[in-house]
Design a binder for this molecule. Sequence first.
Ligand code: NAP
Length: 523
Amino acid sequence: MSTNSTPTFQVLVIGAGFGGIGTGVALRRSGIENFLIIEKWHKVGGTWNANTYPGVAVDVPSPIYNFSFQQRSHWSRFFAPGKEIQRYAEEVVDRQGLRGKLRLGCGATEARFDEAADLWRVRTTDGDEITARFLVSAVGALEQPKPPAIPGIDGYSGRLMHTARWDHSYDYSGKRVAVIGTGATALQVIPQLAAKVEQLTVFQRTAIWVAPKLDFPMGALSNKALDFPPTQQAVRFLGNVAVNAFLGLGLALSNYPRLTSAVLGTGEAALKAYLFTQIRDPELRRALTPTYRLGCKRPSISNAYFRTYTQPHVELVTNPIEKFTTDGIATEDGTLREFDMVVTATGFQVMDKGATPPYPVYGCGGIELGEFWDQNKYQAYEGVSVPAFPNMFHIFGPYGYAPGSVIPLIEATAAHSARAIKETVRRGATRVEIRQEPHDEYFTRMYARNKNTYLFKQGCADSRTYYINYQGDGPAFRATTQAGMYWSNRHFPLDHYRYTTTRPAVLESVAHADTSRALIPHP
Ligand code: NAP
């Protein structure tokens, strides 16, 4: 390890998805220019760069799914395809002047806080060590694919692909294809595959609640209407409120169980009616009807998903998978089906040890963040900061995300991080750490609210939802409205943090660092 006690950068941001881009903009707005954003992929856009499976599209309307500071008025569709969202990420990088702050193809492999020098040392996939006074982890919550733990999977000789690692060199036209999983991703990929393959078999363990998708091409007229800033802002605001209600109302109403139950019950009845309009066969309809409450898992939207199962070459299998064989998949009823390709639409590791974040992080006293959370439960003040991990901020931390579009979350936690960093610099301090008391108060309050929601009280425990993690807790969510998340991340009392200075001389050298030199890409 290098012993250099002068950090190269004031801030290092890990990840150039929407989280890292939003953080870069928040830093610049706070007058902080000496920062670097590293990204393991060779393009920006995060999830929209990694997920290129057929049919990938945003399922939050595109006029809403954009940053408040750079709203885009020209979309091809109301729910734009993934590559258009990735292009939007590139546009934001260019217009917000972040291109020169990027180091692409550079992933973090370890972060370690140097207590003597008050800085973070981050090792990277290109063999470098980057030092920065402050660290912002913006790696995203749905980042690490979760392969299914099915016996024999390693011995399967056909093409095996997780949806988040799509291999476009493989032509699946006319092939026998299987999909494992029926979550929001499977919902998008299944109709696309069905259109091209000879035989499609979908292995469903748990059915998903599906609503119709009010999708349409954004013609010249609707895009023109969005060109008018008041219309654009109104659409974005009202749309965010609606998405927040669709995905999060049940959680936010945790103190009103009767009302929650009535809201969920009404939603369930409406979605069952939609399924009825799509599928005539009562047995198939029964198989596609969830047995858990709406909201236990993420619901989704599609106009094509249910009807795909009415095609003669598409089969829905609900008998549990027993194992992979060399050529296919055997189910517990003894049936063996052979496939040329198996798609695992099996989701991601969320609030999981080793995945959140996907690199070890060592704080004060050498404590490792994943170990700490494993032993003490996932926790972070406002979802952003953890005691004993000074100068570090999370964009997608535990109990940080009030369900809805992720953009308001990113803008809120990025603003929080930039505000705390700016205050530290203003005070001439080199270390900022969340105080134990406000942290514990937040965690205790959010934990209790979360446990009081329908997730734990109204039959979600058996739904295998990633909303509940391996510890039996729900740290992926904060059970408040997005308005609450927005407000408290921007207005938290600054003295909830402790600001200290151990090495004034070091601070001096960072404050006057030559940023143009610091930003020269590493060879
Ligand atoms: P997911 O919601 O976690 O769904 C994974 C699916 O795989 C589930 O149906 C699960 O069944 C099944 N599965 C997992 N392991 C299995 C096994 N061993 N055997 C059989 N089935 C297995 O993952 P996802 O569909 O990728 O969605 C993840 C998240 O990505 C969504 O919640 C959403 O937030 C996001 N997303 C967003 C968009 C967008 O447009 N914005 C699009 C797609 C996804 P069980 O339910 O029984 O576990």
